[in-house]
Design a protein around this ligand. Structure first.
Ligand code: AMP
Length: 341
């Protein structure tokens, strides 16, 4: 039987607890500074201590993972800390499709995949000179919203960009992608696609609490105007949401369209967990500004299942556990090759 491994951050606890519940042994690649934290959790069988997560593609770490017959579960930290070439060079089998992670990190590829999935995507703005209404400037990769900002004109954009350059967060315009800002109810839709069952499962919805932007509503406008800070969209926490039931049909359609588009553009397609992220407007139209092609940290709150997993499973089913269940099913059917890259 394989063991299940992941990096010590993001959703590692959920992933490894789910793996243990499904009977797997568990391996954590752990930065030395976090050893004390992760030793507290008894469902983690083995820690591979590293100075930096980049060591995961080095032979010492790879051979320990091989010895343990590990399958690596990718999450946001892997994408945030490694370039796509480095991820591609990892020899350990990676759950899902590692090639699609590069499409998540690159804003232009991301847009292409979202258009192929027939999503209603906010317009991207190719140059700051073309800013005519409120836009959001976003960094590439899985930056978690840190260093993002809003601007209504080129002048405002330039001013805020320069502040971020001085803070060392970006080096220039090339580090930013501009998109029309849409106001409404933000929702992060969590899915799992099983290539074994050829079926999509809608797992749950979360909302994100982002600093500093969420705190602004507590500050009167006159005080906001006196501040020269650039409020960021850094994700701090998540909380649960349930959608109006009439929205669910379209949610499934979006998930299925995404799976279909990925199979076409990034073989072998979107296998495993993913998230479609956007905003509902007053007409219940969903503008999709982003996707994550792997497990998102918003699933962490549903370790005992979500309102939606309850409709599919008569047992507590977290996303971490669902991943482990898929690996177990693939092993039983001798189809591991289908679920890893
Ligand atoms: P992202 O990295 O694309 O997930 O964006 C981080 C955060 O920025 C999101 O969680 C939203 O709060 C916000 N955001 C991103 N794009 C848009 C948009 N087009 N309209 C409104 N808010 C957005």
């Amino acid at each position: 039987m394989a063991s299940i491994a992941t990096l010590g951050s993001h959703c590692a606890l959920q992933v490894l607890k789910g793996a243990k519940d499904e009977g797997f042994s568990t391996v954590l690649i752990c930065e030395k500074k976090r050893e004390r934290l992760y030793r507290r959790f008894k469902f983690i069988d083995k820690l591979i201590l590293v100075d930096s997560f980049l060591e995961i593609s080095e032979s010492k770490c790879e051979s320990l993972l091989k010895e343990n017959n590990s399958i690596l579960i990718p999450h946001g930290t892997l994408i945030a800390q490694m370039k796509q070439e480095q991820i591609e060079s990892i020899q350990t089998p990676i759950f899902g499709n590692k090639h699609i992670l590069g499409w998540e990190s690159d804003r232009l590829l991301k847009e292409q995949l979202m258009m192929e999935a027939k999503f209603d995507v906010p317009k991207s703005i190719s140059s700051p000179k073309e800013i005519e209404s409120l836009v959001i400037a976003k960094r590439h990769g899985a930056a978690g919203g840190k260093g993002y900002f809003l601007a209504s004109s080129e002048e405002e954009y330039n001013k805020k960009r320069d502040i971020l350059i001085n803070q060392g967060l970006i080096s220039g315009d090339n580090d930013l992608y501009l998109q029309e800002y849409h106001s409404g109810v933000l929702a992060y839709l969590q899915f799992f696609y099983s290539p074994l069952k050829k079926e999509i499962e809608f797992f749950g919805v979360d909302k994100r609490h982002e600093s500093d932007i969420d705190g602004l509503a507590r500050i009167p406008a006159e005080n906001q105007l006196k501040s020269s800070d650039v409020p960021s969209f850094n994700v701090i926490a998540n909380s649960p949401l349930v959608l109006r039931e009439s929205l669910l049909d379209n949610v499934y359609t979006m998930g299925e369209n995404f799976v279909e588009a990925s199979a076409k553009l990034v073989p072998p397609g979107m296998n495993g967990p993913f998230c479609i992220e956007g905003v509902y407007d007053q007409n219940t139209q969903f503008k999709v500004f982003e996707f994550s092609a792997r497990i998102v940290a918003g699933t962490n709150m549903y370790v005992n299942g979500s309102p939606y997993t309850t409709f599919m499973y008569n047992e507590p089913m977290s996303m971490g556990r669902r991943i482990a269940r898929e690996i177990k099913n693939a092993e039983e059917q001798n189809k591991i090759d289908i679920i890893v890259t």
